[in-house]
Design a protein around this ligand. Structure first.
Ligand SMILES: *[C@@H]1O[C@H](CO)[C@@H](O)[C@H](O)[C@H]1NC(C)=O
Ligand SMILES: *[C@@H]1O[C@H](CO)[C@@H](O)[C@H](O)[C@H]1NC(C)=O
Length: 178
């Protein structure tokens, strides 16, 4: 009898959803956290972002060319390949694939990998999309994260200017001491 209920529970969990990106933070529709992410983790045919169609606040900040960590969880091992897509328009258009994750859903559980961001893209508001094309079920899963990508050189230039400035005052002080 216990086994029977365990099987029913497993079926319910499977119906409720099969997987999603856990990092970076994704858009989650209202009420779905309380609902154990059953909508977020469900297959979808709604492009571009599945249940996360409402563009949200930027929650994650990257620099261009950065190797970023992507985490996801799989609730049903439907196999297939996952993709990381990037839209730079701030409007969820023009998604381009920047990384692929083969065999991303062979096993139930959490997994992670690193993907390199393009070196020539900066944006105040980009959308990073996780796309799982499940081989055994033919389903599609889509999750979107609102991110920014800044120029790592900009930070360096500011540091250089500051160093130059402090060095100049240091020479001036050195001169007056003589
Ligand atoms: C969410 O999961 C918890 C723990 O597994 C469970 O107690 C709760 O009933 C679930 N809520 C819904 C709405 O499915
Ligand atoms: C985790 O993902 C990698 C692909 O990045 C895959 O090769 C590996 O088999 C996966 N591990 C598990 C336990 O699914």
């Amino acid at each position: 009898m216990q086994t029977f209920f365990a099987i029913i529970l497993l079926l319910v969990i499977n119906v409720a959803g099969q997987g999603h990106m856990t990092s970076p933070l994704i858009r989650i529709p209202q009420g779905d956290v309380e609902n154990n992410l059953s909508i977020t983790r469900s297959p979808t045919s709604s492009y571009p972002c599945g249940s996360g169609q409402n563009i949200g606040h930027v929650l994650t900040h990257y620099t261009s060319g950065q190797s970023i960590n992507i985490k996801w969880e799989i609730g049903a091992a439907h196999e297939g390949e996952c993709f990381v897509d990037l839209s730079t328009t701030g409007r969820d258009t023009d998604f381009k694939t920047i990384g692929s994750i083969p065999n991303c859903a062979d096993k139930i559980g959490e997994n992670q990998t690193n993907i390199q961001l393009p070196t020539d893209v900066t944006c105040d508001h980009c959308t990073l999309r996780f796309k799982w094309l499940a081989k055994l079920s033919g389903e599609t899963y889509l999750n979107c994260a609102d991110v920014s990508i800044s120029d790592p050189q900009k930070g360096l230039n500011i540091q250089k200017t500051n160093r130059k400035r402090s060095c100049r005052s240091c020479i001036a002080r050195g001169g007056s001491a003589k």
